[in-house]
Design a protein around this ligand. Structure first.
Ligand code: NDP
Ligand code: BG6
Length: 512
């Protein structure tokens, strides 16, 4: 479990975090950890990985002996890498502090090695440098593949062939996309397993590292009030919603090959769904949790075309500004049918969830940015207030909202009487949970990097989970592509295609 510091003056907090492993890791002078960021010159490395590593360093979460290496083809010296990295570091954790000193110390631990991704010789040179830093200590190595997926296997092959004498562990974090469909994903897994065993592979889905996704199972399994309601008996539908208020700017080349279903639904939203719907695991051990998630995925029917709506954003002018269409991106073919929006209804065929629609919606260039889970409960049977005060009385069903981002929060909408002599009801928001905490929420990459260093696999995707996820989506993706189904166009900055509302209405649902 990722460590977190306890708020002063919050005695009611239960601390389940275990610092012991960390302490023993950091106090063990005999071992060293080297984190090699492959693709260090890229967007993700700059935006997320180096800042997350710095935040971990700032919080004293990295082991005492650690070194960070950037690896990429671009020519850079150590000083140039440090300069590049320094531009992305912020004093995020405690904005009141001046972090310069810590940043300087951190940057001194960062080095760079330039090389090709398919060159054993270049990886041997890297290995020599790593060894110099490791000295006679037990050497543990973490490779972060922050590169396009077509070169994952080259890197894994070269890195494993060239680093023969590592006497600690070697782990590899693999970024998404893990293939485009069942076959390509299976081929990638087979390829990786030529050089690595499953326990060395850390497939990252950064949504699993988000605070509120972590909190989901705490909410369910440590609060008596929720778990008894968590089934078809009380829940009418569940909505998993992702939206961004910007387009694919700068990532059109990648995006056009994948589309929103592969980019967001098959991984981020499906992972949330699995945690939401799983049975109580035997324990919080990684395998127990992942076993339960796989069972959920295996209980689901592959998506049906008639339960899916796809869209693509078109140009829109608002307030004198013209926002581009998806196909205006120069790296996107003019006739692209790639969806930038999708809505889908999924079902879990087990005793707990039989008949409950799980509605997913994901889109780019929409009117808002956010990610949330909405749980709509059933109507109150024989509603006393409706019966007594007439059908005009507005009694809505309860709704639990888990806002993953921004402004993380969990709140429950409940019916209340509006104060006064009459009888009018109002559905007020209550049970806000997050504002109690003043501590900065860690970025998902911080938690996940720390877990990978500690060998905690709970928040990483196991290969059978991945297979099951692809089995649900592959037939639909093939059908969409073979039939060349045209997406419904929606204006940039709008709420998305109207078809999403018809889909929800088919299951008697209104999007929250
Ligand atoms: P980039 O396109 O920025 O690529 C990273 C580095 O890889 C580049 O700096 C470049 O380094 C090298 N590279 C790029 N294209 C090629 C190529 N065709 N052949 C060989 N090397 C290449 O990727 P990102 O940093 O955006 O993403 C890295 C990985 O993370 C990808 O798998 C992506 O799908 C995934 N990801 C990215 C997210 C993001 O927000 N950026 C979010 C989630 C996942 P050099 O030329 O110096 O060798
Ligand atoms: C990535 C997708 O996995 O998640 C991107 O490839 C998307 O298209 C991003 O923008 C969203 O992540 P976050 O953490 O900003 O919601």
């Amino acid at each position: 479990v990722a460590p977190s510091k306890v708020e002063n003056g919050s005695p009611s907090e239960i601390i389940v975090d275990d610092f012991q492993d960390l302490i023993s890791l950091s106090e063990n002078d005999e071992s060293t950890v080297t984190i090699t960021v492959v693709g260090a010159s890229g967007d993700l490395a700059k935006k997320k990985i180096f800042p997350a590593l710095f935040a971990l360093y700032y919080e004293d979460c990295l082991p005492k002996h650690f070194t960070i290496f950037g690896y990429a083809r671009s020519n850079m010296t150590d000083a140039e890498l440090r300069n590049m990295v320094s531009r992305t570091l912020t004093c995020r954790i405690d904005k009141r502090e001046n972090c310069n000193e810590k940043m300087e110390e951190f940057l001194k631990r960062c080095f760079y090695h330039s090389g090709q991704y398919d060159s054993e010789e270049h990886f041997r040179d890297l290995d020599k440098k790593l060894k110099q830093h490791e000295g006679s200590r037990v050497s543990n190595r973490l490779f972060y593949l922050s590169i396009p997926p077509n070169i994952f296997l080259d890197v894994v092959k070269c890195a494993s062939i060239s680093s023969s004498s590592v006497n600690g562990w070697t782990r590899v974090i693999v970024e998404k996309p893990f293939g485009r469909d069942s076959d390509s994903s299976a081929a990638l897994t087979r390829g990786l397993k030529q050089y690595l065993v499953e326990d060395q592979i850390f497939r990252i889905d950064h949504y699993l590292g988000k605070e509120l996704v972590e909190n989901l199972s705490v909410l369910r399994f440590s609060n008596l009030v929720f778990e008894p309601l968590w089934s078809r008996q009380y829940i009418r539908n569940v909505q998993l919603i992702f939206s961004e208020d910007f387009g694919t700017e700068g990532r059109g080349g990648y995006f056009d090959r994948y589309g929103i279903i592969r980019d967001i639904m098959q991984n981020h939203l499906l992972q949330i769904l699995a945690i939401f719907a799983m049975e109580t695991p035997i324990s919080l051990e990684a395998e127990d949790i992942r076993n339960e998630k796989v069972k959920v995925l295996c209980s689901m029917k592959p998506l049906q075309l008639e339960d899916v709506v796809i869209g693509q954003y078109k140009s829109h002018t608002k307030g004198g500004t013209t926002y581009p269409a998806y196909t205006d991106d120069k790296t996107v073919p003019k006739d692209s049918l790639t969806p930038t929006f999708a809505a889908a209804a999924l079902f879990i065929n087990n005793a707990r969830w039989d008949g409950v629609p799980f509605l997913m919606k994901a889109g780019k260039a929409l009117h808002t940015k956010g990610a949330e889970i909405r749980v709509q409960f059933r109507h109150v049977p024989g509603n006393l207030y409706k019966r007594s005060f007439g059908t005009d009385l507005d009694t809505s069903t309860n709704e639990l909202v888990i806002r993953v981002q921004p402004d993380e929060a969990i709140y429950l909408k409940i019916n209340n009487k509006i104060p006064g002599l009459g009888m009018r009801l109002d559905r007020k928001t209550d049970v806000e949970t997050c504002p109690r905490y003043s501590k900065e929420i860690p970025d998902a990459y911080e938690r996940l990097l720390l877990d990978a260093i500690e060998g905690e696999r709970r928040l990483f995707i196991r290969s059978d989970e991945l297979d099951a996820a692809w089995e649900l989506f592959t037939p639909l993706l093939k059908e969409l592509e073979e039939k060349r189904i045209a997406p419904e166009l929606y204006p940039y900055g709008s709420r998305g295609p109207v078809g999403a509302h018809y889909l929800a209405a088919k299951y008697n649902v209104r999007w929250g």
